[in-house]
Design a protein around this ligand. Structure first.
Ligand code: GDP
Ligand code: MN
Length: 345
């Protein structure tokens, strides 16, 4: 039993390590940029964002991207706090940028709102989705992201957490490294609502309305079909980490990613080879690998003193910050998988 416990633990910790080695050894396809200025639609989905919408619009407006090549679409889903009115008021004061405020009569989720925006686009060639409560790092962020669309089909950002603790920072540092490494090999399956930019034809099919992580799922679909979905080293967003309700927030994020990976599983076999490994590995790491940890712990606990010693060593390792961040991530993924069974929010 102890041997089995050790084997499960070895797979649990070995699988991500192997994946990192693969990413390091795999041939790289450098990310290319060009100073292109296609017409861009910046889409901001909102539900009760009166607190954030003006600052968000101002942030987008102050970008260095040429204003006559940019339209802003706010898609509001029946907010009750006057978000749409605030957006319209803001737009009335800014005549040099095209702003379209779309109002959905009923709230049917972010993906539904994004599809509404897609249906109302003019002749824009690029669609950039950005959450109302997010900020881009500087005024060149949009210009840089779009420059990568000269060669890629979809571009997302790296994230700098604002207001999170050290565990959040450790977790983010690792995730950013991973996104970059995946992007250099082929594509990353994890996209972010802070900034998800797509060539319009790459998302012509719209967003599935029953997958929480609409941006990640779109990225997966694009890369599995042979396109490229990347997070470059110089496109950054600031993520507001909630001070209250942090666990619920992490849980919901994990739920959404699990939905995207579960839905993406049938795409693994179809994906082009370098991306097949990335998608298979990430799906495995999100859906299956976490469960090996409690299984190993239970087996170790049941196998007497040597197993208990092993467990104690595992518990002591929690003093080490990156490991603590890892363990917390595993717990969120398991809790999220269970929660998805009865509440798919
Ligand atoms: P989180 O960052 O994953 O916790 O998700 P948020 O609650 O911040 O939502 C991301 C973005 O989608 C924000 O700009 C929300 O206002 C927006 N959003 C969430 N639900 C809806 C919805 O039903 N309709 C619309 N139009 N936007 C929504
Ligand atoms: Mn948010």
């Amino acid at each position: 039993m102890l041997v089995l416990a050790a084997a499960l633990a070895a797979v649990h910790f070995g699988a991500p390590a192997l994946y990192l080695l693969y990413l390091r050894a795999a041939p790289k396809k450098p990310l290319q940029t060009a100073a292109i200025y296609p017409k861009v639609a910046v889409v901001v989905p909102t539900y009760n964002e009166a607190r954030n919408i003006e600052a968000k619009l101002e942030d987008v407006y102050s970008q260095s991207y040429p204003r006559d090549r940019m339209s802003i679409y706010v898609v509001d889903s029946a907010s009750t706090d006057g978000t749409a009115e605030a957006a319209e008021r803001w737009a009335a004061g800014r005549r040099d940028v095209r702003v379209v405020v779309l109002r959905e009569p009923k709230r049917r989720g972010k993906a539904h709102a994004l599809n509404t925006a897609l249906a109302h686009l003019a002749d824009e060639e690029v669609v950039v989705i950005t959450d109302a409560d997010s900020r881009w790092l500087d005024r060149d962020t949009l210009r840089r992201a779009v420059a990568y669309l000269a060669a890629a089909d979809a571009v997302s950002c790296l994230k700098r957490p604002a207001g999170g603790g050290p565990t959040e920072e450790a977790y983010r540092t690792w995730y950013n490294r991973l996104r970059l490494a995946e992007s250099l090999v082929h594509s990353t399956p994890v996209f972010h609502g802070e900034l998800a930019a797509f060539r319009r034809e790459a998302i012509a099919g719209g967003f599935p309305e029953d997958v929480g992580a609409d941006d990640s799922y779109a990225a997966i679909r694009i890369a599995a079909a042979g396109g490229r979905a990347v997070t470059p080293p110089d496109v950054w967003c600031i993520e507001a980490v909630p001070q209250r309700g942090y666990p619920t927030w992490r849980l919901r994020r994990a739920q959404h990613l699990i939905q995207a990976f579960a839905r993406a599983l049938p795409n693994v076999a179809k994906a082009p080879p370098p991306y097949r490994v990335i998608l298979a590995a990430e799906a495995y790491l999100h859906l299956f690998n976490p469960w090996l940890l409690p299984a190993a712990a239970a087996l170790a606990a049941a196998s007497g003193p040597p197993g208990l010693a092993l467990l104690a060593a595992g518990a002591a390792a929690l003093l080490y910050k990156p490991y603590r961040a890892w363990a917390a991530g595993q717990i969120y993924l398991m809790a999220a998988a269970l929660r998805n069974i009865w509440n798919k929010e």
